[in-house]
Ligand binder design. Structure first.
Ligand code: C2O
Ligand code: CU
Length: 459
């Protein structure tokens, strides 16, 4: 069977088009073992860890200003928690085992209950040994809907992932904590896809206007995306609306945990195929999400979309009175990190590596009892991120969004995760307006698990 014929046959069962939109939201989210047909059908289904048996977990949709109320039921053989990535959340609900709550043991439950002040595209994922638990499948989309949504024909979630599978039997390659992944680019998969399948399909019509909510749920892969047969505008990043929709001209970079909200108009005609493409190496591009175009035009072509309504508390930070901080990313393969503090004492690189620790943030490898910074509620922070390693890192702050500060003093859009490249310092600024203990870590989850995790205290 050709790839195309196979995909046609699959479209009704595993494609994007069948994702439940506004399905009755469950009261519980049960973390449990299940199987999912990620790989082509000649393979057996892959054994994964899921929420409610679905890969990815169910799409949760709540109105802006509403509450998310879910009881986590842990039917896994290990302890777990749920983190609600990007939500400016009540700290006690942030889901970080060992910092904001105890991990929920097998058979246990935990009630998450929090309000969602900001509309946008967010996601939820395990935050206990997340490098393993997210790789096994524990992630899903959390959509907070505007009271006046943009004028689109459809709203679709595309949660990208890559899976590292054994090509013999399509099962996850173990061990999950591999020194090569820890010390290099992280657990990079060998099968790419979205919404739980290597061959996601989203059926469209000519001229259709779609809102595409792109989420990178991969452990470590940086997705680079291009539109084909569509014209598009970026309207939000990491959930937060852009002041002005930005026409998509070139490639879009989606680092682990980042989100891009697009509004796209299908320009391909009946019988053709639109697509989201990604680089196939050797300068060519291949289809990552197929979007076959069939049927009658939905409407005539429309004007460019308007901006999404702004979320609360999006004012620009005031830098003149800001606290100045610097954080250095250190370690990993091909770096000169000689030592770092680990578990309360100075340790050399050799010993660190022996303990599975390869990275540090400003001389501290992994969590310590003292936060990287203690901030007073309401204060503004201006932080320089130095990447002294040989790898890119997707740095994520819990509980608050920040803005990049450009060299001319202007600000970038609000984000919760920023991609840092080697030898290219970044400046970010934010107002510490959410009290609590907030994690700050690399979202290449193998890096987070082996040193690139710290926290800040806001009180
Ligand atoms: Cu999505 Cu601490 O992370
Ligand atoms: Cu990293």
């Amino acid at each position: 069977m050709t790839r195309r014929a196979f995909c046609g046959a699959m479209a009704g069962t595993a494609g994007l088009a069948t994702l439940p939109v506004r399905a009755a939201a469950p009261e519980t989210l049960t973390a449990r073992v299940a199987t999912a047909q990620i790989a082509p059908p000649k393979y057996a289904a892959t054994k994964v860890w899921t929420y409610d048996g679905a890969l990815p977990g169910p799409v949760l949709r709540v109105p802006q200003g509403g509450r998310v109320t879910r009881r986590l039921v842990n039917d896994l053989p290990v302890s777990t928690t749920i983190h609600w990535h990007g939500i400016r959340i009540d700290n006690a609900m942030d889901g970080v085992a060992g910092l904001t709550q105890d991990a929920v043991p097998p058979g246990g439950t935990f009630d998450y209950d929090f309000s969602v002040p900001d509309a946008g595209t967010y996601w939820y994922h395990a935050h206990t040994n997340s490098m393993e638990q997210v790789a096994r499948g524990l992630a899903g989309a959390l959509i907070v809907e505007e009271s006046t949504p943009p004028d689109v024909d459809r709203d679709e979630v595309i949660l990208f992932d890559d899976w590292l599978l054994n090509p013999e039997d399509a099962q996850l390659i173990e061990p999950m904590r591999h020194p090569m992944h820890l010390s290099h680019a992280g657990r990079i998969g060998n099968l790419l896809g979205a919404n739980g399948t290597y061959d996601p399909v989203l059926e469209t019509r000519p001229n259709e206007r779609l809102r595409l909510r792109l989420i990178n749920g991969a452990n470590a892969r940086i997705f680079v995306l291009r539109l084909h047969g569509m014209q598009g505008w970026m309207v939000a990043l990491d959930g937060m609306p852009l002041a002005k929709p930005e026409p998509v001209s070139g490639d879009m970079v989606l680092a682990p945990a980042q989100r891009i909200d697009l509004i796209v108009d299908v320009t391909a005609s009946d019988g053709k195929e639109a697509a989201l493409l990604h680089p196939a190496g050797d300068d060519s591009w291949e289809v990552l999400v197929r979007m076959p175009v069939t049927g009658a035009a939905s409407t005539d072509a429309r004007d460019a979309p308007a901006a999404l309504p702004p979320n609360p508390r999006m004012d620009l930070p005031q830098l003149d009175s800001a606290q100045r901080l610097t954080m250095a990313m250190q370690g990993g393969a091909m770096s000169g990190m000689a030592s770092a503090r680990f578990e309360g004492r100075d340790t050399n690189f050799r010993e660190l590596a022996g303990r599975g620790q390869f990275w540090a943030l400003s001389g501290q490898s992994g969590m310590s009892d003292t936060p990287f910074a203690s901030l007073s509620l309401g204060e503004t922070v201006h932080l320089t991120l130095m990447n002294d390693t040989a790898f890119p890192h997707a740095m994520h702050l819990h509980g608050m969004h920040f803005r990049q500060v450009y060299s001319d003093g202007t600000f970038g859009p609000m984000r919760d995760t920023i991609l840092s490249q080697p030898n290219d310092p970044l400046e970010i600024a934010f107002v510490a307006d959410n009290p609590g203990k907030w994690l700050f870590h690399c979202h290449m989850l193998a890096h987070a698990a082996s040193g690139m995790t710290t926290w800040i205290n806001v009180s």
